[in-house]
Design a protein around this ligand. Structure first.
Ligand code: F6R
Length: 357
């Protein structure tokens, strides 16, 4: 039930700190170490390449997960859009492991890939929020997201739960491989939970940005580099699906290769700046669009902020920034939809789970 909340989406955005804490609890043993299904651990050790298969928001979580698995666990990863996989099927490695990411566990596009790879005899793991779901029953192994029921059509807490579980999986694999790394995901996720909570106090600032940038506009751009690039893709999907504003998430450096032609006086451009290695270059991109008339806003992270930034997010481990930076993006979409009188929880033309191909 919604309780005192006007919409499920807002409730589910606010639940994210609790979801992080629930995941910590569920994936922690009595020695504060990671607790994970031994079979999943073995499958991760045996594979020479992970193929992540997902759609929509879950695909965007997969893009972040690839960085975790490659950087932390040294496992090569490809991320594929489920509906394209069968037609543009890549050459498979010798020991592929297929990882399906799906909130509902019912997405037909993903299921058809699962059917196909099972015929080929490859192992599969599903990350889902619904343990008894089709993708969960039909895959060899399942990891549960523990986000609680997600009712709003626009996915929010499932995305952050997917990223959190992928981080735990990556570190567990690294440990099983005896790789050295400096990162306790359970501790870092606790810091993330607090950071998320801090943001719920900043709703008024975010509502103001949404009012200022999105009430009238027909289109909008989000830009980022590195991990921020993946988050801005999710940010633009959120805005499109519930506010019907045409939006795109771009890699900051790619704008000048064509898309910058669309920037006019007043075009909204929201930039994310949470990654140290690209902090100066993304700010250069903001100046490029501002010089062409764009209305710009920078959301940065503590330690990387510059004068004039609209919002400064609390500091968390650099790899986990998507968990925190997506929250203002979700809220921006929510308030944009609200101010434009859209049906936030049930946007037109969309269903919560897409069971047709
Ligand atoms: C976006 C959204 C969709 C889903 C996609 C996959 O907010 O909800 O893009 O993420 O349809 O659904 P699942 O994760 O259930 O497979």
């Amino acid at each position: 039930e919604k309780g005192t909340y006007p919409h499920f989406m807002l409730k589910e955005i606010d639940e994210q700190p609790f979801v992080m804490r629930k995941i910590i609890q569920e994936y922690q043993d009595e020695n504060d170490e990671i607790k994970l299904d031994e079979q999943v651990r073995q499958a991760m050790l045996e594979t020479d390449r992970v193929y992540i298969i997902a759609a929509g928001t879950s695909f965007h979580a997969g893009l972040v997960g690839k960085q975790f698995l490659e950087n932390i666990a040294n496992v090569p990863v490809e991320v594929h859009i489920a509906s394209e996989f069968s037609y543009n099927m890549p050459l498979l490695s010798e020991k592929p492991l297929f990882v399906f990411i799906s909130q509902s566990g019912e997405t037909a596009d993903s299921r058809s890939v699962l059917v196909k790879i099972k015929e080929l005899g490859h192992p599969s793991l599903t990350l889902t929020n619904v343990p008894g779901s089709t993708l969960s029953r039909e895959a060899d192994y399942t990891l549960h997201l523990h986000a609680g029921p997600e009712i709003a059509v626009a996915s929010t807490k499932a995305y952050t739960a997917q990223i959190a579980v992928l981080a735990i999986l990556a570190v567990d694999t690294a440990k099983a491989k005896r790789l050295s790394f400096d990162f306790n995901p359970l501790q870092e996720l606790a810091i993330v939970a607090n950071a998320m909570e801090g943001l719920t106090d900043q709703k008024e600032i975010i509502e103001e940005i949404a009012r200022d940038f999105f009430t009238e506009t027909r289109n909008a751009f989000y830009i980022g580099r590195g991990l921020d690039y993946f988050v801005v893709q999710e940010a633009s999907l959120k805005l499109k699906e519930i506010s019907y504003i045409q939006a795109e998430g771009f890699a900051g450096g790619e704008l000048k290769h064509g898309t910058i032609a669309l920037i006019e006086d007043g075009t909204p451009v929201i930039a994310l700046a949470t990654q140290e290695s690209v902090n100066l270059s993304i700010r250069g991109n903001v100046q490029e669009v501002a010089a062409r008339g764009a209305k710009t806003c920078v959301i940065s992270m503590k330690g990387l902020e510059q004068e004039g930034d609209t919002l400064v997010l609390p500091h968390v481990h650099e790899l986990l920034t998507p968990l925190v930076s997506v929250v203002p993006m979700q809220l921006l979409a929510y308030y944009a939809a609200l101010h434009r009188d859209c049906d936030v929880d049930k946007p037109r033309n969309l269903a919560k789970s897409v069971t047709v191909e």
